[in-house]
Design a protein around this ligand. Structure first.
Ligand code: NAI
Ligand code: PHE
Length: 348
């Protein structure tokens, strides 16, 4: 059984395309549920369901902490082969089926891009009758959420560094895992701050681009053994369990990857070792702020940047609460999310 606490999880398996579709809604408490569409291979349907439910919960926490009037949801499309090996017609059909599933929620779940999907994919989903945020500007969408996410992660990296006792990033060794849409932009920003970059990605082209920025590349399988001042995970979740937390050689962790910890035990081990953790659902809220702010709340650049700046204050609050209450920063952030959710719910 999954220990989850969410509202519902819908699953559809399609023989024609070989894909399995999961939509998890964690909460409707603050409004329609929102969360992106992740398309990738999974070892089993159970693994896809588990990922969707945990990611939907992370969206609830993220949106509540930021005070955005939306619940948490997530879509997972478990692909039969890697996305790059799907022919365009089969991918199009997968998106059509996904749109049908999202539309069945009647506007109570809105999707958007996530790992394995793009703004152009969201155009297709929208065109097929389901509301999708993060479409291309040509179709009236607000485009990729990655730049805003990266700006927010950059703020979080600097705050986590400060909490770990570093006044600035200049001269620090920053290890970045994943140089995709978010990680590459974070790399550019921390390199501009004077940090020494160590990077890893399964995509050689992404690594080559970072090496041109002056980064040192390490093999992907070595990342969790490499020593750094700051570790910035921007690839996949579930990489830090209690064992890794006990051995990782860094002073602070702040990144974009959703659900970077496998659970609360890992957070406690990090806390016990004095490693600062900026909870991911606070650090990576920039994309949600950009999409939800612009598309649902009518925000422009000024409001989006103001909200991103709050990431630093929220982290300071969480670091202080964790110290006062002798709990991990992950637990302190979850408590803050629950309090803000309750306050927003009662004020509605
Ligand atoms: P992306 O798909 O553009 O980039 C992910 C990168 O990680 C790719 O370059 C990929 O090759 C690399 N990668 C995959 N497995 C790896 C491994 N084992 N080791 C090293 N590199 C690996 O995704 P994006 O948009 O940059 O997102 C990165 C993370 O941030 C994801 O976990 C996503 O859920 C999260 N996130 C993204 C947001 C956004 O607005 N794009 C918002 C909030 C969270
Ligand atoms: N997938 C991104 C995230 O995890 C951006 C996103 C936010 C997409 C909200 C849809 C809705 O935050």
């Amino acid at each position: 059984m999954i220990d989850w606490g969410g509202v519902l999880c819908a699953v559809r398996c399609d023989d024609e395309t070989g894909a399995a579709f999961v939509i998890a809604v964690h909460s409707f408490a603050l409004g329609p549920a929102a969360g992106g569409t992740r398309a990738m291979e999974y070892p089993s349907l159970d693994a896809a369901v588990l990922d969707a439910t945990r990611l939907a919960e992370a969206m609830s926490l993220k949106l509540a902490v930021a005070g955005l009037p939306l619940g948490g949801g997530k879509s997972v499309i478990a692909l039969p082969v890697p996305r790059a090996r799907l022919d365009p017609a089969r991918w199009r059909r997968i998106l059509e089926i996904h749109a049908e599933n999202v539309a069945a929620f009647g506007g109570n779940y809105v999707t958007g891009p996530d790992v394995g999907t793009t703004a152009a994919d969201m155009d297709v989903v929208h065109e097929c009758g389901a509301y999708a945020t993060g479409r291309t500007p040509a179709t009236g969408g607000s485009g990729s959420s990655a730049p805003a996410t990266a700006r927010g992660v950059h703020i979080a990296v600097k705050r986590a560094a400060a909490e770990a006792g570093f006044d600035e990033l200049d001269g620090l060794t920053v290890l970045i895992q994943g140089l995709g849409a978010v990680g590459a932009e974070v790399a550019r920003r921390v390199a501009a701050d004077g940090a020494r970059l160590i990077v890893a990605d399964i995509d050689e082209r992404a690594v080559t681009a970072a090496v041109r920025l002056g980064a040192t590349a390490v093999p992907v399988e070595d990342v969790l053994q490499v020593e750094s001042d700051l570790f910035v995970p921007c690839a996949i979740g579930g990489i830090i369990d209690a064992d890794v937390a006990g051995t990782i050689r860094t002073k602070a962790i702040a990144g974009a990857a959703n659900n970077v910890l496998t659970g609360g035990a890992a957070a406690e081990v990090l806390q016990g070792r004095g490693i600062v953790l900026a909870p991911d659902f606070i650090a990576n809220v920039g994309g949600a702020v950009d999409l939800a702010g612009r598309e649902f709340l009518g925000w422009g650049d000024v409001e989006v940047e103001q909200k991103l700046a709050e990431i630093g204050d929220t982290l300071d609050r969480v670091f202080a609460d964790a110290a006062t209450e002798h709990i991990s920063t992950d637990e302190a952030a979850r408590c803050l999310a629950r309090r803000r959710l309750e306050a927003l719910r009662t004020s509605r």
